[in-house]
Unconditional design. Structure first.
Length: 411
């Protein structure tokens, strides 16, 4: 069987959630798909970690200069002439031309719950002079139903995925229910494949000198609280910082806060809160960081504070658990499902409760030790091998009927 996978996101230079999901899953999938030919589709030359994954893995580089609609035009063209038996898209953008045995992952439906985060951003970013033309073409093509905003692109792509996929994958039971309620998908169409994370042993092997150099490079002093993710309204950053301000007022020995991630919608409100802190220099905004740096920051943090308003899964706090770091999290989205009983949970918008949780988790050593042990035990439930095994069983098991109808699942 020939199995095609869109590897374009896995090859991104600056990876975040869906890009890391694609990268880890593709690498973990290859042993489970031996005996089949695995074809990876890229926009650019694959990075070394994706270039040589086994004799049964081949790559197709499909250049596309406009920087827009690579999936729907360039990948569709490839699939029209060289069609796989099975196609897997790790991030819900199914090309217009695709085989019947097409599967995709919808990670969450935040674009429906928080439309303001996406409405003002155009899908055409590289060539600004093309934006008005793209907007008009999208309006005409969809009979006025959609615009060229990123939100509408996500809405159309997700609904196209529900209509066009043989089955959908998602990353939590919470996201499954969200997809059913907002997109009208049938529950039996959706399969939950939890994400994987770095296991505790990987954090134990981090070199102390390298850890010290990373902290020095960013002028960070241990101990500190840590947040990892986009600095936006959906992640509740302004609320987090208001609680941190209150914590600074009543804590006898307040510690710094490190924010890792790029600013997004609502960051200006959070930035204003920082200016009102008793010590504004106690907040360190260090932008996007590579995977090794994030692991080091997670390992050396006093606690991860992650009070997002909406999460389809929630990798950063789970990775913090694996690193042996206690977690304070909001009781929202998938976080209780993923973090289990191994975190201190606070209600959304409870500024006082969050400030008290910061002080408690920083100073109560018995609580910290209990959470560390429980967190590492919880983290062992989530490995990329489990994710890959489940994904492979879906791709292979649900397509066995194609071998019986004699057409191999081709268009």
């Amino acid at each position: 069987m020939l199995i095609g996978i869109d590897a374009s996101r896995a090859n991104a230079a600056h990876k975040t959630g869906t890009e890391w999901y694609s990268w880890h899953l593709i690498r973990a999938l290859t042993p489970f798909l031996e005996g089949h030919t695995l074809r990876l589709y890229f926009r650019e030359t694959p990075e070394p970690a994706l270039a040589d994954l086994g004799s049964h893995v081949e790559t197709r580089v499909l250049p596309w200069s406009p920087g827009l609609l690579w999936s729907h035009i360039r990948l569709s063209w490839e699939l029209l002439w060289h069609r796989p038996d099975v196609l897997f898209i790790p991030a819900d953008t199914i090309p217009l031309i695709h085989p019947p045995a097409t599967y995709t992952t919808i990670h969450d439906v935040a674009f429906e719950r928080f439309p303001e985060l996406y409405r003002g951003r155009s899908v055409q970013r590289r060539l600004s002079w093309l934006r008005p033309l793209v907007h008009v073409l999208v309006r005409l093509f969809t009979l006025g139903k959609y615009s060229a905003s990123e939100r509408d692109y996500h809405r159309w792509s997700a609904r196209h995925a529900v209509r066009s996929s043989r089955a959908l994958l998602t990353v939590s039971e919470f996201s499954k229910q969200e997809i059913v309620s907002t997109l009208g998908a049938h529950p039996e169409q959706i399969h939950v494949t939890y994400l994987g994370i770095a296991q505790p042993e990987e954090f134990q092997h981090l070199d102390r000198q390298i850890c010290a150099r990373v902290l020095d490079a960013h002028q960070l002093v241990h101990p500190y609280f840590l947040f990892v993710g986009r600095l936006e309204k959906k992640k509740n950053i302004a609320h987090l910082l208001r609680s941190y301000k209150l914590y600074q007022h009543f804590s006898p020995d307040p510690i710094d806060f490190v924010l890792v991630g790029q600013p997004g919608f609502g960051w200006s409100e959070a930035a204003q809160v920082i200016e009102t802190l008793p010590n504004a220099n106690s907040v360190h905004q260090i932008g996007w960081q590579d995977d090794l740096t994030i692991k080091i920051l997670e390992k050396t943090a006093r606690a991860m504070v992650f009070v997002s308003r909406y999460e389809g899964f929630g990798l950063p706090p789970l990775e913090a658990q694996s690193a042996g770091v206690p977690v304070v999290a909001s009781r929202a989205g998938s976080l209780p499902e993923v973090l289990g009983q191994a975190a201190v949970f606070v209600e959304l918008d409870d500024i006082i409760g969050l400030a008290q949780a910061m002080e408690t988790i920083s100073s109560d050593h018995q609580l910290r030790n209990r959470l560390i042990a429980a967190g590492q035990k919880n983290a062992r439930r989530f490995t990329w091998q489990k994710t890959a095994a489940r994904t492979a069983s879906i791709l292979l098991g649900l397509t066995e009927d194609l071998q019986k109808d004699g057409n191999g699942g081709r268009l």
